[in-house]
Design a protein around this ligand. Sequence first.
Ligand SMILES: [Zn+2]
Length: 190
Amino acid sequence: MEPPLCDRCGAPTAWPVVRCRECAGRRLAFASARAALEYDASVRRLVAAWKERGLRRLAATAADIVADVVERPRVAAIAFVPRDRDRTLKRGHHPAEALAHELARRWEVPVQPVLRRVGTAPRQRGLTREERRRNLRSSFAAATAPPGQVALVDDVYTTGATVHYAASALRKAGARHVEVVTFARTIRIR
Ligand SMILES: [Zn+2]
């Protein structure tokens, strides 16, 4: 997405701001979030195909677009949001992981699969927002110690809650600075 952006959450803004209407007052464990594209209808179809059919070359294409639009993060490693345990059985493909590996080659930063899912993976459907948050809050843990500066890759930034809790797990494990990078981002406030 093109600047001006919110310095923190990457939402498009009328002029550069440190915090925007979307993220003001929210506790965010990451230092910044940047996305290549708006998660609009066409990008939504692309991501769905990527997830469901595991189109391998889409990871390379997505990484090309991200590397083109998003400034290379100043980090020592790239971590990614791990897949839901529930979905592991159903899907052979995990876009966040594939994107992390493709970006690692382009940015010449190693992938470090620091995060894992913990606990059961309760169904999110039908839950209130507060219940979803509670589930997310306790669903990530660090399997290894991350470096001080780490990028966190996911396919889509929706509310920012997932990357916040994933970044929080990285911070608890010792990371001081987490930069979130996603392929697409939902724009919630215009
Ligand atoms: Zn913001």
